[in-house]
Design a protein around this ligand. Structure first.
Ligand code: FAD
Length: 621
């Protein structure tokens, strides 16, 4: 007797609402991994002495400028379309669970089931918003931690502050910098505990979101044929969602295996193979030491070196496992302390005693004799930033034995301008005889042929080529066509008027739409969970405000939006010297100031609080 498969959609008799069972099974049990190990060698886990008195003088400034200018225009990326679309395949899950297309209505559709989606669900249901549906491109929850499963993956922000809802989950990460695999499992536990799975349509990509003025509803159109209507749409689709490729002549001719790090293909065994990896950004820094352990030869093609800071990984201690659960709110308090440290780097030096609340501050605060002007403050920041980079460069010299390789691995730009990386095993990997750095500065790899990479007339024949070429940054408006009032898309609006939002969360003309951690979306810190948390709280507040006013629709007035966008522009310009390099953060030097990330610090909260108090920026209907 054959039994028919359980239906992917059932009706909950208690609520009359649809419940889903669309979570896909993992494609293979070979998809397993761990993050960094704990090292005991102090020479690798500590930085050389800070060079006393070193200043960012004219000569050093010129060096930084030259380093930047010589690379200008070298970043030529392409979307993964046509023959390269296969690099986007979901290699982690079994094929999508079959289900019928939906053409019904719910109150809220959320795009994305990463940490933001999960946190939103937790907060929404607590506030009584339960008619919520999630659409997720992948086969399971996790977002970043679903898609990125490369060997060595781990968070860069300490997991005790990064992972949300640790108290509610009664969970303590096993390591200070937990493996991405542990984070994924944690997301799955959250989804199970909070009843998320039955709210989510997996393997469902939202392709179009269209506002209908007459009904005051969005229609959400997906690649599964759905046309769902919703009063509200929340975009929780992440900041680093769309992997990108560098455009390189001949890439389609390569005959070996190839993939992008954001879709690590565990079907390909790298053991004993000759492997090439293009890119030395944050992902590659985590991958390289891991695969160097198993491959026969490893060629690392680098255009621009990353700053490799110390990691100093450690396991959670027995004492922490025992004591933290007895301190109510321990994780929230720790995250708040972490956020006081202005950048993630100091978090490494900040000892655990501060983060655990045992000592009141993480450093002795310097008292200046008089108040410093903005220019003086900036100069001081640039000098201390320079000294950090000097340490990082000295670390390369101290570890990497071959002087030519060491020279190529030294970055010359302000710390934090490109995504900072933290690793204690990356640099020593270049002392291994089978690991070769191919310095392709300043233009990057220019040619690939059927055998491998060709650079400077040398052919590097490869069995496997790995693209560690990163992601589009903050591309919210591009991969989901969001059509608001008057039929205009968000992309069209931002292309013609420049990026304009209020708090990064609303954009005038797109009522009842909320953008989590999009362009101009502040309220966060180096720890992304801060931003997600602040945005989720704001959205719940707005939905409650609508509920209490009996309003159906909220939009923002154009004037406060314009003022806020101008504030973002000015904040970006004022802090630009600290971010003077070419990086995805600034659209490789091409982005309009204020159009991408938010650099106004805590002023986001000031704008938010004022808006919440007066409600002046909003148009309620
Ligand atoms: C390798 C890597 C390491 C990182 N490490 C850290 C770290 O240590 N600390 C830190 O603070 N941040 C880190 N980040 C940033 C990280 O993205 C955020 O911390 C956080 O995970 C973002 O969560 P999210 O839910 O907002 O977005 P995501 O995790 O990106 O989830 C968004 C989800 O939306 C889905 N989606 C997108 N578009 C659509 C669509 N049209 N239809 C349906 N679904 C869609 C995607 O499939 C994805 O699952 C890292 C990022 C990467 C890539």
């Amino acid at each position: 007797m054959t039994t028919s498969p359980p239906s992917a959609i059932r009706i909950d008799p208690a609520t009359g609402r649809k419940c889903f069972a669309t979570r896909a099974a993992q494609a293979s049990d070979r998809i397993v991994g761990k993050g960094y190990s704990v090292l005991t060698e102090a020479s690798l886990t500590t930085l050389p002495e800070l060079p006393p008195g070193a200043v960012f003088n004219a000569e050093e400034q010129a060096k930084y400028r030259a380093f930047k200018e010589v690379r200008r225009g070298a970043a030529d990326y392409m979307a993964m379309e046509g023959e390269f679309a296969r690099y986007l395949d979901d290699v982690y899950s079994a094929p999508p669970v079959p289900r019928e297309a939906l053409a019904d209505e719910c109150e809220l559709v959320v795009v994305g089931a990463g940490l933001a989606g999960l946190l939103l669900w937790h907060k929404l249901q607590r506030a009584g918003f339960t008619d919520v549906r999630f659409c997720e491109k992948g086969g399971d929850v996790g977002g970043t931690w679903y898609w990125n499963r490369y060997p060595g993956i781990a968070c860069d922000v300490e997991a005790y502050s990064y992972l949300p809802l640790l108290e509610e989950m009664e969970y303590i990460p096993s390591m200070k910098f937990a493996s991405g695999f542990e984070i994924l499992e944690y997301c799955q536990r959250m989804a199970e505990k909070f009843g998320f799975y039955e709210r989510c349509l997996f393997h469902t990509t939202v392709e179009e979101t269209v506002w209908d003025e007459a009904t005051g509803r969005w229609t959400v159109i997906t690649d599964r044929g759905d046309r769902m209507r919703a009063r509200f749409v929340i975009l929780a689709n992440g900041i680093l969602t769309s992997p990108k490729l560098a455009r390189i002549e001949g890439m389609s001719s390569f005959r070996g295996d190839s993939f992008h790090t954001s879709r690590w293909d565990y079907r390909i065994d790298l053991t004993g193979k000759v492997v090439g990896i293009i890119g030395t950004g944050a992902t590659a820094v985590q991958v390289i030491p891991e695969i160097a352990r198993i491959v026969k030869e490893l060629y690392v093609f680098q255009r621009t070196p990353s700053s490799i800071d110390v990691r100093d990984q450690r396991s959670t201690t027995e004492e922490e496992y025992k004591s933290w659960p007895n301190e109510p709110g321990w994780a929230r308090a720790r995250r708040a302390r972490f956020a006081k440290i202005s950048n993630g780097r100091s978090a490494i030096q900040a000892n655990d005693d501060y983060l655990a609340g045992k000592v009141p501050d993480f450093k002795e605060r310097k008292q200046h004799e008089r108040a410093l002007s903005m220019e003086e403050l900036l100069e001081k920041q640039l000098d201390s930033n320079f000294r950090i980079m000097e340490q990082i460069r000295a670390r390369v010299d101290g570890i990497v034995r071959d002087p030519k390789t060491a020279a190529a691995l030294k970055p010359y730009y302000p710390w934090g301008c490109k995504r900072p990386t933290f690793h204690d095993e990356f640099l020593p990997t270049f002392n291994l005889p089978h690991v070769h750095l191919v310095d392709t500065a300043p233009r990057g790899v220019q040619k690939i042929n059927e055998k491998g990479v060709v650079h400077d007339g040398v052919e590097y024949a490869l069995d496997v080529l790995i693209y560690a070429t990163g992601f589009e940054w903050m591309a919210t408006s591009t991969f989901n066509m969001i059509r608001g009032r008057e039929g205009r898309t968000l992309k069209e609006k931002w292309e013609t008027e420049g990026t304009r939002t209020f708090l990064g969360l609303h954009s005038a003309g797109f009522p009842n739409l909320f953008i989590v951690s999009g362009p101009q979306g502040g309220g966060g810190s180096f720890n992304f969970t801060d931003a997600i948390d602040a945005h989720a709280d704001y959205i719940v507040w707005m939905l409650e405000t609508l509920r209490s006013r009996g309003a159906r629709v909220v939009d923002v007035r154009p004037e406060p939006e314009l003022e806020y966008a101008e504030h973002c522009r000015q904040a970006d310009v004022a802090t630009a010297p600290l971010r003077d390099c070419l990086s995805y953060y600034n659209g490789h030097g091409e982005a309009e100031p204020g159009s991408l990330a938010y650099y106004g610090g805590n002023r986001w909260h000031k704008y938010r609080l004022a808006a919440q108090e007066t409600l002046a920026p909003y148009l309620f209907d």
